[in-house]
Design a protein around this ligand. Structure first.
Ligand code: PLP
Length: 412
């Protein structure tokens, strides 16, 4: 008997189908994966045992006994952490636990955006934000970045230009603390300027702070949320980068009136409770000791990546050292088309993120790429960069075998 054909029943306007999982390739520099050796497995095991023994029966209730905002001890941990690290004064009632900060993006978009709307966004930014906006039919106006992140003069010019056309953007989306993909940190004065301009035009700021724990020297400016006593900022964060992305635990900080609108759209009857319980138990005791261990390891891997690029690409690979995080944003010579390079590299077992997928400006980003250094092991970073240089040379003639690049050892 032939099976029923679903194709004619699918609703119109669906995105393209997902590709089947084909496993991670040998040299995996893409995505936001973390360092496997830095996941605090023993601590999580101890935390899981302790919290389940003590409170396991609370799993009988949707939302535990904490209500729809999420497990109360986790929200209390976050309220204290956000106060200490980011200067945010909020109560546990102003924090909604989400299934990763991706669900935070969806909920914020869900309450604010409709087809035809406009938002301001960093010109180079998180692909997941760009694809969501495109799917919603929202115009994303890219704002160029400098070494301190989003340029406020360009924000002001864009807002003035839009106002002249009668357009009021729904929000300004920014990743101010360890920007993805450029790794910049917006300084406190720049933050104050951005808030001033946003307030003049009556546009809220959507602050995505998921890398904020991963600053090399541990010091970060106050969050935009903290610097805006009049409100007008929605803040999201995540445990994906500080503990582990597979846990799928993120959070939104916003006044209750906004959270109430988002809760009404959150259709999963609560994010996974066990993850929340284990995180709360682990983090209360160990978070502050865990993070410097994690960032030390990440920083060492960044050094290996930068050394490997210098060795294999010479001056053909240009980059600014990121202030933290898990990514390096690299400029290759103009001749290189990173969309094509990504395809050829994949065939050689090297996965890279081509620049145009992380930018609103496809021309500017054509020869740029993003490499994640957190996930591959040290040897894989060295070997992967050598393999990438070989592919790039074969496809585009760069890096040339010239004075600035030694003959790629063993890769020639
Ligand atoms: C800027 C930014 N926001 C949000 C996310 C989503 O992370 P998660 O849903 O794992 O919290 C990512 C993931 O890489 C990201 O880079």
């Amino acid at each position: 008997m032939s099976s029923l054909d679903f194709a004619p029943l699918l609703r119109a306007g669906l995105p393209p189908p997902a590709a089947k999982y084909a496993g991670l390739c040998k040299y995996y520099f893409i995505g936001g994966n973390n360092d496997a050796d830095a996941v605090p497995v023993d601590g999580l095991i101890t935390a899981a045992t302790a919290v389940l023994q003590r409170e396991g029966r609370a799993l009988a209730n949707y939302g535990l006994a904490s209500g729809p905002l999420g497990y109360l001890p986790l929200r209390e941990f976050l309220a204290a952490k956000l106060k200490r690290d980011a200067g945010i004064a909020c109560s546990a009632e102003e924090i909604l636990i989400t299934s990763g900060s991706l669900q935070g993006l969806d909920l914020v978009n869900g309450v604010l955006l409709e087809k035809g709307d406009t938002v301001l966004i960093e010109q180079e930014t998180y692909q997941g934000a760009l694809t969501r906006l495109a799917r919603l039919g929202v115009t994303a106006v890219g704002i160029p970045l400098d070494r301190e992140g989003m340029r406020v003069d360009a924000v002001a010019a864009a807002l003035a230009g839009l106002e002249a056309r009668g357009v009021r953007p729904k929000y300004i989306y920014t990743i101010p603390t360890v920007q993805n993909p450029t790794g910049t940190i917006m300084g406190e004065e720049r933050r104050a300027q951005l808030l001033r301009v946003a307030r003049i035009y009556g546009v809220p700021i959507f602050e995505d702070d998921c890398y904020a724990d991963l600053v090399w020297n541990g010091a970060r400016p106050p969050a935009l949320y903290a610097m805006s006593p009049h409100g007008g900022v929605i803040h999201i964060g995540s445990f994906s980068k500080s503990i582990a992305p597979a846990l799928r635990v993120g959070f939104i900080v916003a006044p209750w009136e906004m959270l109430a609108r988002m809760l009404a759209l959150k259709t999963d009857a609560g994010s996974g409770a066990l993850e929340q319980m284990v995180l709360a138990e682990y983090c209360a005791a160990h978070f502050t000791a865990h993070v410097p261990r994690l960032t030390r390891g990440l920083r060492a891997k960044l050094d290996i990546l930068m050394d490997s690029l210098a060795e294999q690409f010479g001056t053909a690979a240009e980059f600014d050292e990121p202030k933290g995080g898990i990514f390096l944003w690299i400029k290759l010579p103009d001749a290189v088309d990173t969309l094509k390079l990504a395809q050829a590299a994949l065939a050689a077992g090297v996965a890279i993120n081509p620049g145009p997928e992380w930018s609103t400006d496809k021309t500017y980003s054509k020869s740029r790429m993003r490499l994640c250094f957190a996930s591959p092991a040290a040897d894989a970073i060295r070997e992967g960069v050598a393999a990438l240089a070989q592919v790039c040379r074969a496809e585009f003639g760069v890096p040339a075998r010239s004075a600035n690049v030694e003959e790629a050892r063993g890769a020639g």
